[in-house]
Design a protein around this ligand. Structure first.
Ligand code: CTP
Length: 409
């Protein structure tokens, strides 16, 4: 986990309740801290029966709050107003795992321990991740309490279905850290620099079918496009991710799964009207088999020759659409090159009518396809060329979204 610009310096109160899932909150506290957030953990008495406050202190590097009657070990806040001080400066109150008992207390405004008193004093966004066993989550009392909290603006992260501690199968599991992080990012990003802007992002390598079992594709994993979509959600945009990748989409992005170039083109043209920007990070096939066999192609003693035909260039179709409608306002393309990077990229920038082009040299082992890092040149239409040194695809996503924001401003 690397730094996440959105989380840098953000104050997050992580409320932990007594559930077997409390151990998963340790990983969440750790990942949030690594991402740059300041995590103040507040534990209920029951939570401390499952995990020790010391464990949370070790991963967050900050005091852990357990008792509203006792001064914290750092003595930073006088005990009787600790909850007010904590609540006041926070950007988010996240309760994970949230038990039926704490949910009931919050719904009714009870304040008899450090977590419930902090929640009552807090005016920051509230995210609740319930985790419970044995049908407690489906009980009308719990459903009604969650509904009350939602009506007051809280966001509830639905528990996952699977094996519960009792051995029962059902809904009640705390989602994985990555999912919880996604919800936190969506909540903190709301109202960001791109709020009110629709961004369409494409990702992954398209697949062109040969027959019912085979296809032609390329090495693109979709990691860069998915990272761009995440950065756009972080900036508060309404994101449509049109993807041929097999990766979980960012929480908060509308995902449209496509396979072939033709389907990606149709989806892009369907969504670019009224959009602020299109970012074409997908590696779109340039050729497809001229005919798709309805049955599996059987081998024979002969060599197999496959006639291929050109696919449509999606960015050319977007260029034509933009001349008619003015949308998308900004178009960003990518260029994957194995030689003459700058020369080939400059030509693509002009011929495809782009505002910004991100060019990768795919001959580098640590950049381009399938790896988590990338380095690139960013070319703008006024002739500017900026080098982006080797960094994570997540960081490149943030840089690209920052530049799109600047172009839209
Ligand atoms: N692209 C597209 N439609 C295609 C092929 C590519 O819209 N049929 C887009 C890609 O998403 C990328 C940009 O065009 O943003 C450049 O893709 P790239 O494969 O580098 O360039 P090509 O135009 O395909 O040129 P070549 O393969 O000859 O390098």
């Amino acid at each position: 986990m690397t730094a996440i610009a959105l989380l840098r310096g953000k104050r997050i109160i992580l409320g932990v309740c007594g559930s077997i899932a409390a151990y998963k909150a340790l990983d969440l506290a750790s990942k949030l801290t690594q991402a740059g957030a300041l995590v103040d953990v507040v534990m209920t008495d029951a939570a401390q029966r499952f995990v020790s406050p010391l464990s949370f202190q070790a991963v967050s590097g900050r005091p852990v709050y357990t008792d509203m009657w006792r001064a914290d070990s750092a003595g930073a806040l006088p005990s009787h107003i600790a909850h007010v001080g904590l609540a006041e400066g926070a950007d988010l109150l996240m309760i994970a795992p949230a038990t039926a008992n704490t949910i009931a207390k919050l719904a009714h405004g009870l304040a008899d321990d450090m977590l419930s008193v902090t929640a009552l004093a807090s005016r920051s966004p509230l995210l609740i991740a319930p985790a419970m066993d044995g049908g407690m989550g489906e009980h009308p009392a719990t459903r009604a309490n969650l509904k009350t909290l939602q009506q007051r603006g809280a966001r509830v992260i639905e528990p996952e279905t699977g094996r519960l501690a009792s051995g029962l199968l059902g809904a009640g599991r705390l989602p994985e850290t990555a999912t919880l992080m996604g919800h936190i990012r969506r909540t903190l990003g709301a109202g960001g620099a791109l709020a009110g802007h629709k961004l369409v992002v494409t990702a992954g390598g398209t697949r062109e079918a040969l027959d019912p079992v085979r296809f032609i594709s390329n090495r693109s994993s979709g990691k860069q496009g998915t990272a761009i979509a995440q950065a756009a959600v972080d900036a508060g945009a309404d994101v449509v991710l049109i993807t041929a990748a097999r990766l979980p989409p960012p929480i908060g992005a509308a995902e449209i799964r496509v396979d072939a170039a033709e389907a990606m083109k149709a989806a892009v043209l369907n969504h670019v009207d009224e959009s602020s920007a299109l970012i074409m990070a997908a590696a779109v096939a340039d050729y497809r088999p001229r005919a798709v066999s309805a049955q599996k192609i059987k081998k024979s003693g002969e060599a197999l020759t496959l006639p291929l035909e050109r696919t449509a260039d999606i960015l050319q179709a977007v260029k034509a659409r933009r001349q008619e409608t003015g949308y998308p306002k900004i178009v960003v393309g990518f260029a994957a090159e194995s030689e003459n990077l700058l020369e080939n990229a400059s030509r693509k920038l002009k011929s495809k009518g782009l505002d910004l082009l991100i060019a990768n040299d795919i001959s580098d082992a640590d950049a381009g396809f399938a790896v988590d890092t990338n380095r690139a040149l960013a070319l703008d239409k006024d002739g500017g060329v900026h080098k982006i040194d080797l960094t994570s695809k997540a960081a490149i996503g943030e840089i690209i979204i920052g530049r799109v924001g600047a172009l839209l401003a």
